[in-house]
Design a protein around this ligand. Structure first.
Ligand code: SF4
Length: 89
């Protein structure tokens, strides 16, 4: 899992990064985030991913597996800025 480090004069504090989906109202269901996550795990798959996207006929939602590693790359690949990394303390 990626770790974020604090800046400044204090010793670095390592915290775990957590993937969140605060803006799923913007999601277009492209699944780039799903494929990006699976690629980081060594495959291109809709199954082997830290994030899954669901469509209920009206809107998209995301389910994140907190047990799998995530990276900033997943956040950056989203064309609609739906995702973010937060510090999981
Ligand atoms: S990359 Fe963004 S727009 Fe595409 S499915 Fe994932 S959250 Fe939705």
């Amino acid at each position: 899992m990626p770790r974020l480090e604090s800046a400044g004069r204090y010793p670095p504090i390592e915290v775990m990064a957590k993937l969140v989906a605060p803006h799923m109202e913007r999601c277009i269901g492209c699944l780039l985030c799903v494929l990006c996550s699976s690629r980081a795990r060594g495959s291109i798959s809709l199954e082997d991913s830290a994030i899954r996207i669901y469509f209920d006929g009206t809107s998209f939602s995301a389910q994140v597996d907190a047990g799998l590693p995530v990276s900033e790359e997943i956040v950056k690949i989203c064309p609609r800025n739906c995702l973010a990394l937060t510090e999981d303390q």
